[in-house]
Write a protein that binds this ligand. Structure first.
Ligand code: NAP
Length: 284
C-alpha cells in the first residue's frame, strides 16, 4: 500500500467490473474510501464486502439523475465528504453505420456516456463547492473520442463530448479548486467486449484471444491493455500529485494515438463475423 489517497473519499461508477473495479482496488490500496456505483449488484456487493470498511456498494444507473445524486449523498453520509468523482460506467452498443443508425440508438449512447458524465460533474461539483475543499473529477472517454476508426457514430461522438464537458468544467470550476480531467483508454481487456456479444463462453474466450492478437499489431507498445493500466493514471489524477492539472485528456493506449492510420474497426468486424457474434443491445 502507498498513501496517495489517504483521507480521500471517492465515487467510482462502473466500479463493479473491468477498469472501474481495478480503480476501486487501487484507490483503496492507496488509503481512499470508495463508493462503488454500478448496475451489476452481485459483483458490486462482493467487491465492497471484500474491501471491508473502505468501500460501500450502491446500485446506481448513471443515466438516472436521482441515482447519481444519491451516489454523492452516500459518500457524504458514509464517509463525511467527497474528494474524487470518477465517471467511468459504460456499455458497448450494437455498432451502427452512419447511414443506418436509429435516433433511439443515438439517444441511448448519448445518455449513457454524456448525460452520465454531465450529471457526475453537476452533483460532485455542488458537493465540492459546499465543502469549500476543491475536488478532482475524472471521466473515462476513449481513443474513439479522439480519432476515427475505433468505434461507431454513437460511441465515438459521445466519447468526444466527454472532453467538452471537462473543458467547460475546468473553466467554470477552476476558481473553486475543482479540477476535471479525462482518460482516453485504448483497447483494454475487460468484459465490455463480450458481455453483449451473444457468444458462448468458449467463443468469448476465442474472441478475446483474437482481439488480443490484433491489438498487439495495432498498439505500438505491442500488448493489450489491462484494467490496472488505467487505474494508475486515475490514481495520479485523483491525487494531489496532479494538483495543477485540469482540462487535459490523457490517452492511455499503448501509444495508439500516435498512429495516424489504423484498421482496428475493420479487423474487429472480421473477427466478430468469423465467430458469428450477434450483437444484442446493451442495457443503456
Ligand atoms: P466493463 O468491464 O463492462 O465495466 C463497465 C461497468 O459499467 C459494468 O459493470 C457495466 O454493467 C456498468 N454499467 C453499464 N451501464 C451502466 C449504467 N447505466 N449505470 C451504471 N453502471 C453501468 O467495461 P470497461 O471496459 O471497464 O469500461 C469502463 C469504461 O471504459 C466505459 O466507459 C468504456 O466505454 C470505457 N472504455 C473501455 C475501453 C476498453 O477497451 N475496455 C476502451 C475505451 C473506453 P453491465 O455490464 O451490466 O452493462
Amino acid at each position: 500500500m502507498t498513501n496517495l489517497l489517504i483521507d480521500k473519499v471517492a465515487v467510482i461508477t462502473g466500479g463493479a467490473s473491468g477498469i472501474g473495479q481495478a480503480t476501486v482496488e487501487a484507490f483503496v490500496d492507496n488509503g481512499a474510501k470508495v463508493v462503488i456505483g454500478d448496475i451489476q449488484d452481485d459483483l458490486g456487493k462482493a467487491l465492497a464486502d471484500k474491501l471491508g470498511d473502505s468501500a460501500v456498494y450502491v446500485h446506481a444507473d448513471v443515466t438516472d439523475e436521482t441515482d447519481v445524486e444519491n451516489l454523492v449523498a452516500t459518500a457524504v453520509k458514509t464517509y463525511g465528504k467527497l474528494d474524487v468523482m470518477f465517471n467511468n460506467a459504460g456499455a458497448p452498443s450494437a455498432p451502427a453505420p452512419i447511414t443506418e443508425f436509429s435516433v433511439e440508438y443515438l439517444d441511448k449512447a448519448l445518455s449513457l456516456f454524456v448525460r452520465s458524465v454531465a450529471l457526475g460533474h453537476k452533483y460532485s461539483a455542488r458537493q465540492f463547492k459546499s465543502q469549500g475543499t476543491g475536488g478532482s473529477i475524472i471521466s473515462t472517454s476513449s481513443l474513439a473520442g479522439l480519432q476515427g476508426g475505433w468505434g461507431d457514430i454513437g460511441y465515438s461522438s459521445a466519447k468526444a463530448a466527454v472532453l467538452g464537458i471537462a473543458r467547460v468544467a475546468t473553466v467554470e470550476l477552476g476558481k473553486f479548486g475543482i479540477r476535471s480531467n479525462v482518460i482516453a483508454p485504448g483497447i483494454i481487456m475487460t468484459p465490455i467486449f463480450t458481455r453483449y456479444a451473444g457468444l458462448s463462453e468458449e467463443d468469448s474466450e476465442k474472441f478475446l484471444a483474437r482481439l488480443e492478437e490484433l491489438t498487439q499489431d495495432e498498439q505500438p507498445l505491442g500488448r493489450t491493455g489491462v484494467p490496472a493500466d488505467i487505474a494508475g493514471p486515475a490514481l495520479f489524477l485523483a491525487s494531489d500529485l496532479s494538483a495543477f492539472v485540469s482540462g487535459v485528456t490523457i490517452p492511455v493506449d499503448g501509444g495508439s494515438s500516435s498512429v495516424t492510420f489504423n484498421t482496428f474497426d475493420q479487423k474487429f468486424g472480421e473477427v466478430a463475423a468469423e465467430l458469428e457474434a450477434g450483437w444484442v443491445s446493451a442495457r443503456n
